[in-house]
Design a protein around this ligand. Structure first.
Ligand SMILES: C[S@@+](CC[C@H](N)C(=O)[O-])C[C@H]1O[C@@H](n2cnc3c(N)ncnc32)[C@H](O)[C@@H]1O
Length: 371
């Protein structure tokens, strides 16, 4: 990415050979150009960057010692990787996970508008205590991914908001903090029950299928094993923990690793486990099973994502399958649900050479790959 004084070398994360996608978008450039042209950011100002997908803003503004706040562990890894690639000193940009709040007060806040408006609303509500009367909030997004309601949220939860003209299909919004704004109470968190497993699932704002159980997940739930054997299980990409918690009802002696790259998801799964009285399991924000020991699991449950940072992409699912093959013990099983048209069967067959269809409906298929 070209900056007035240098060229930044930025990569998406996870790294892949011949990556076809850029690690920044026009909204990142528009935000940075705005700072260059208006001198809105001066030395010594405290800067918070929110939801920086691959660290483009953090790397470009590292001299300002910003704090980066986001819910993606992959984004954190991308930021660290890109800082190092661009010669930053260690710790140049602090990172605050999305299940925590930053500390202190900020003069300028740059927000990349997330896809989920529930998540934007939650971020803005938690941001307010960290703003002061002179704080400026500048939010940027690609026009096609930013509904008008996002600007209304800024107006309702930060203060008077204006928007820019479009540039390269991106738009900025400028909000002046109004400490006296009358803030309505936060909407109730969404909760639903899985009667057949006697589970109540509460959902934080940045959770997949927070309004109701995903139909693919429901199909996978119908094919869980039942045993008293002390299985070592991973709920890979756990979201609210539906799959891992349900398997504990069927396999009470199992131990489950709940892992997700979203900090909110991991916290949500942990809270749901506590509420269900299911203690003693492991909850981890990580890039899947990347750092897990080889051959250490008996069963992996997975409803993989098919997009990353708003781009439809099977890289994440493919990596999850590779990680699963490595971490399963011989004879161990990966149970996957996916949309029929995604062709997971072919990928799994190539990796495991031993795949059955254990369930299907019009849209989804549940596959079992045995190591
Ligand atoms: C389709 S959702 C499934 C969530 C949950 N298992 C369910 O069935 O409701 C996929 C999940 O994978 C997570 N995810 C994406 N990339 C990941 C990665 N590299 N490592 C771990 N989790 C990841 C997402 O945050 C999301 O929660």
């Amino acid at each position: 990415m070209l900056r007035p004084d240098r060229e930044l070398r930025l990569q998406r994360f996870p790294l892949r050979h011949d990556e076809p996608l850029q690690a920044w978008d026009a909204a990142d450039e528009y935000l940075l150009n705005h700072l260059d042209e208006t001198a809105a950011l001066t030395t010594g100002m405290s800067l918070l960057i929110v939801n920086d997908a691959f660290g483009a803003l953090g790397v470009a503004l590292q001299e300002q010692a910003p704090v980066s706040w986001g819910d993606s562990h992959l984004a954190r890894l991308a930021l660290e990787h890109n800082l190092e690639r661009n010669g930053a000193v260690a710790g140049a940009v602090g990172f605050v996970p999305g299940d925590q709040a930053p500390s202190g007060s900020f003069d300028l806040v740059l927000i990349k508008i997330p896809k989920s408006l529930a998540w934007l609303e939650d971020l803005l509500r938690r941001l307010r205590p960290h703003l002061h009367a002179e704080s400026q909030v500048v939010a940027g997004g690609m026009i096609k991914h930013t509904p008008v309601r996002a600007y209304r949220l800024l107006e309702r939860l930060v203060g008077p908001t204006t928007t820019s003209l479009g540039w390269k299909k991106a738009r900025l919004a400028f909000s002046k903090f109004d400490p006296a704004l009358d803030i309505l109470p936060a909407p109730d968190s969404s909760t639903y029950r899985l009667e057949e497993f006697d589970l109540e699932l509460n959902n934080r704002p940045n959770i997949f299928a927070r309004e109701g159980l995903d139909i693919g997940t429901r199909l996978l739930l119908a094919h869980l094993p039942q045993t008293d054997w002390p299985l070592r299980v991973a709920d890979l990409g756990c979201g609210n923990g539906a799959l891992g918690l349900a398997v504990l009802r069927r396999c009470p002696a199992a131990s489950v690793l709940f892992v997700d790259e979203s900090y909110q998801a991991v916290t949500c799964a942990r809270e749901n486990a506590e509420a269900a009285g299911l203690d003693g399991h492991e909850f981890l924000a990580a890039d899947g099973l990347r750092e897990r020991e080889q051959g250490s699991l008996d069963l992996i449950l997975c409803n993989p994502p098919f997009h990353q940072a708003q781009a439809v992409d099977d890289l994440v699912a493919w990596r999850m399958f590779e990680q699963s093959r490595r971490t399963l013990m011989p004879g161990g099983e990966l149970l996957v649900v996916g949309n029929r048209h995604l062709g997971y069967h072919i990928k799994l067959q190539r990796l495991f050479g031993n795949v059955d269809v254990v369930g299907s409906d019009r849209k989804f298929v549940v596959l079992r790959a045995r190591r």
